[in-house]
Design a binder for this molecule. Structure first.
Ligand code: AMP
Length: 595
């Protein structure tokens, strides 16, 4: 299969912002792909070479890649830079440079550039290590680009610099796989009705491996996938409510309340192959937490287990729990790890057990998972690994009591967990089986929200050279769109303003992304990647913002009033940001409370 077929598909995908159309373009691609190639085709379409946790990353520096392009196209670095300026990104600039080489050469190179060749070369590029690696990478890229037609070159370059960004949600790829290989030809079903492939993906999120299996064996291919030590399970997420009576009503009168620790979520896999730690976004973070690995090894020797916990920094003298920033500070640290382990000792509060010694607990009711967790860890604990503090709650007084206890212990609030029927672990889903109730819900607007930065406004006065404000959006999961919900201009410290400028300015886009909905035009649009936690005074109706547009009133969306930045959420990607329907719920609850 030629790589050009993929490049043409990518071009078609970028020409539409409609999710159904995207899905069907992918279905055509998948049906026309030799089954043996499906894994590679899917990884490439995601802009990767394998599942995230395997850690084989591209994302090469643009400078290095530019060198390879200039050498291949036979132009100077300055000429290439001028092209980038004119075209708007390195991919388009490469395409333009290659197109001006003339048709004869184009003819020549189209022969050899197959999907296999591109995948293998990119893998080699990603694997290069050690001294002289820059030169080796340039050489490998040059060899690849030498055989690329202009359109292929556009997408190869974007893939190499880690900016393929076709704007396709993972769920769209999953549904395309389902339609291509599990539905009868030309069959249509209600969107999102089936989700067989998605269910597998939630417990075994390796899109390439799943694609390869369904393409080769259809539904039978899915039977081989299940929970596996070493493969992260997608995280279960919580809905939110602002009071104990509301929670009890949702939970059918009875549930468990647990402290909501303000730390970092870690999923630990313990098995014969050692300990693996994954972040909430399923990245491998084992090497950043040698102390956690050691604690796991000694506590669970001889066991095979998958468990989730919140890692919290604490002061060993006073037993006091310290805020999240202390862990995130340590997380990115490569140097001085030993000192940071000493300065910031962690306590691990385990809150779920998904697998133990050959038994999948995922589909068991919450009480059974909790029992298994407690018998593994012991009921309470003084050591570095402890079960989360829990109380079974049946009345509002008991719940409120526990909520206050959690706050005075330095926690953010509580997470209520459903018990009984239907209380299994819902991998990859946000639902009412877990409900968070946080301290800050009690002030003004009842919660912070996590919003995606989609645009920037230039600053004036004291902020000249930085941003005056950012355009923020929530996520509409059904439509796969980003919907603007406020202009954020307060709450930034000076160093945060500088850091934001540094992070966002290289991601400026020439035009608004196809899936952005907003009535506002910022000075610049940026790649929708960065998530910020924001607290506002209230949710209001808005004529210019597009969150939940038309849901409450025609031609009216929702906005967050007086938004303030609380902190950067590097642990969350745009797909985990607050959804428009959550903000709609917040608005409706606000109305109810005002009654
Ligand atoms: P949020 O990030 O605000 O959606 O809240 C959910 C997060 O709370 C989870 O992803 C965990 O990182 C964290 N958390 C803290 N304590 C608990 C707990 N006892 N049970 C589940 N999640 C918890």
């Amino acid at each position: 299969m030629k790589y050009l077929t993929l490049a043409e598909t990518y071009r078609d995908l970028q020409a539409t912002s409609k999710r159904l159309e995207m899905r069907d373009i992918l279905v055509d691609l998948f049906r026309g792909t030799e089954p043996r190639l499906m894994g590679r085709v899917v990884y490439l379409t995601q802009g990767t070479l394998g599942p995230d946790w395997e850690g084989l990353q591209l994302g090469l520096g643009e400078k290095l890649v530019s060198r390879a392009i200039a050498l291949t196209a036979g132009i100077s670095d300055d000429d290439l830079e001028a092209l980038v300026h004119r075209e708007g990104d390195l991919g388009l600039a490469t395409e333009a440079a290659f197109a001006s080489k003339g048709p004869k050469q184009v003819q020549l190179f189209q022969e050899s550039l197959t999907v296999d060749r591109v995948f293998e070369s990119l893998t080699q590029v990603a694997r290069v290590e050690g001294s002289g690696s820059t030169e080796k990478r340039i050489r490998l890229l040059q060899q690849l680009l030498m055989d690329a037609d202009p359109l292929s070159a556009r997408y190869i370059v974007r893939t190499v610099v880690g900016k393929l960004r076709l704007g396709i949600a993972d769920m769209t790829i999953l549904e395309a796989l389902e339609k291509a290989f599990l539905w009868a030809e030309d069959e249509e079903r209600v969107m999102g009705s089936d989700k067989v492939v998605e269910a597998i993906y939630n417990v075994h999120p390796d899109m390439g491996a799943i694609a390869l299996a369904v393409a080769n064996e259809g539904a039978e291919g899915l039977a081989g996938f299940g929970i596996e030590v070493g493969v992260p399970v997608r995280s279960m997420l919580a809905e939110r409510l602002g009071s104990t009576p509301e929670i009890l009503e949702k939970m059918g009168g009875r549930c468990a309340f647990e402290y909501k620790y303000d730390g970092m979520r870690i999923q630990a896999h313990v098995g014969p192959g050692g300990v693996h730690l994954f972040s909430r976004r399923m990245e491998t973070i084992t090497s950043q937490f040698p102390d956690v690995v050691q604690a796991m090894e000694s506590a669970f020797a001889g066991h095979e287990a998958i468990m989730e916990f919140e890692a919290v920094v604490h002061n060993p003298e006073t037993g006091e729990l310290l805020p999240f920033q202390e862990v995130s500070h340590r997380r990115g640290r490569v140097h001085g790890l030993a000192e940071s382990v000493e300065d910031y000792p962690l306590v691990l509060f385990a809150f779920d057990l998904l697998y133990l010694d050959g038994e999948e607990l995922l589909l068991q009711e919450f009480q059974l998972r909790r029992e298994a967790l407690e018998s593994l860890l012991g009921k309470a604990g003084e050591g570095p690994i402890r079960p989360s503090t829990l109380r079974w709650v049946e009345d509002p007084e008991g719940g409120d009591d526990f909520f206050l206890e959690a706050i005075s212990a330095g926690c953010e609030g509580i997470i209520a967990k459903a018990v009984g029927e239907g209380s299994h672990y819902r991998a990859g889903a946000r639902g009412w089986q877990w409900i968070k109730y946080k301290r800050d819900y009690q002030a003004g607007m009842t919660d912070t929200v996590d919003l995606v930065v989609v645009g920037t406004y230039a600053g004036a006065g004291k902020r000249t050279g930085f941003y005056g404000a950012l355009l923020m959006a929530s996520v509409n999961q059904e439509e796969g769109t980003l919907e603007s919900v406020c202009k954020l201009g307060t709450g930034f410290k000076d160093e945060e303003l500088a850091a934001l400028h540094e992070r966002l300015s290289p991601t400026v886009l020439k035009e608004a992304p196809g899936n952005l909905r907003s009535g506002l035009q910022p000075d610049f649009h940026v790649q929708p990647e960065l998530v910020l936690e924001v607290l506002g005074a209230e949710v209001t109706l808005s004529p210019v913002h597009r969150c939940a547009y038309g849901h409450l009133r025609p031609q009216t969306g929702l906005a967050i009033r007086f938004p303030r930045m609380v902190r950067l959420r590097d642990d969350k990607g745009p797909e985990e940001a607050t959804t428009s329907s959550e903000i709609e719920d917040m608005y409706r609850r606000q109305l109810k409370r005002a009654d």
